[in-house]
Design a protein around this ligand. Structure first.
Ligand SMILES: C[S@@+](CC[C@H](N)C(=O)[O-])C[C@H]1O[C@@H](n2cnc3c(N)ncnc32)[C@H](O)[C@@H]1O
Length: 206
């Protein structure tokens, strides 16, 4: 892909998001991922980690509709979406207290999604390791709150730890995939990892 083409594509999604009133271009990544992998359905309860400014929350609310529920968590304040079944929590999800608040708020959920990004240092390895840390926290939260057969989606910056992290996802889910949606910039370091069908031990009865 030429640079010219990439710039055009970014501009395309930027303008589309403005026109369609999504808070981020990232909204289209979730739409594309969900079309392909069917992670979120009507009526689902969903936790969205690293959710500001709220583009994924908007898309998730459309998918779960009024029967579902969305909790968005971010370090930054997220402007309210204006739906009774969408709430936000300001906090660091790598922090125990925030995790406890998430658990207390949602109980069990059908999907955990995370588009969280660390502050970019520009040094590939550092950004990669920080991203993996966020992914591991997201996976840990998923294993605490997902119902049996629930789904997981997480953004990760490519690098040497991806294979190990992918294996951790594989161990916890019936199906694991790596993917890069069209709306994700061609040259960017990010890919998405999907886990479908959380394998929770039956005896606990989630
Ligand atoms: C790319 S943005 C998410 C965009 C969002 N999916 C959307 O569509 O609007 C990444 C977000 O991750 C958040 N983040 C990074 N580390 C975090 C942490 N430890 N706890 C909570 N949020 C975090 C950042 O504050 C940032 O808002």
């Amino acid at each position: 892909m030429t640079r010219w083409y990439k710039d055009k594509k970014n501009e395309y999604y930027y303008k589309k998001a403005k026109r369609e009133r999504y808070r981020s271009r990232a909204a289209y990544k979730l739409k594309q991922l969900n079309r392909k992998f069917d992670l979120i359905r009507r009526g689902y309860k969903v936790v969205d980690l690293g959710a500001a400014p709220g583009g994924w929350m908007q898309v998730t609310r459309e998918l779960v509709a009024k029967e579902g529920f969305v909790l968005g968590v971010d370090l930054e304040e997220i402007e309210e979406l204006g739906f009774d079944n969408v709430i936000t929590l300001k906090g660091d999800f790598t922090n125990k207290e925030t995790v406890q608040k998430i658990i207390d708020t949602v109980g069990y959920v059908d999907a955990v999604i995370s588009d969280a990004s660390p502050n970019i240092s520009g040094v590939w390895d550092i950004d990669h390791y920080r991203s993996v840390e966020l992914c591991r926290s997201a996976l840990e939260i998923a294993t605490m709150v997902l119902r049996n057969r629930g789904n997981f989606l997480v953004k990760i910056f490519q690098g040497r730890e991806v294979d190990d992290f992918f294996k951790e996802v594989k161990d916890n889910f019936t199906l694991a995939k790596r993917t890069k949606p069209k709306a994700s910039r061609g040259k960017s370091a990010e890919i998405y990892i999907i886990g479908k069908g959380f394998k929770y031990p039956k005896e606990v009865g989630r």
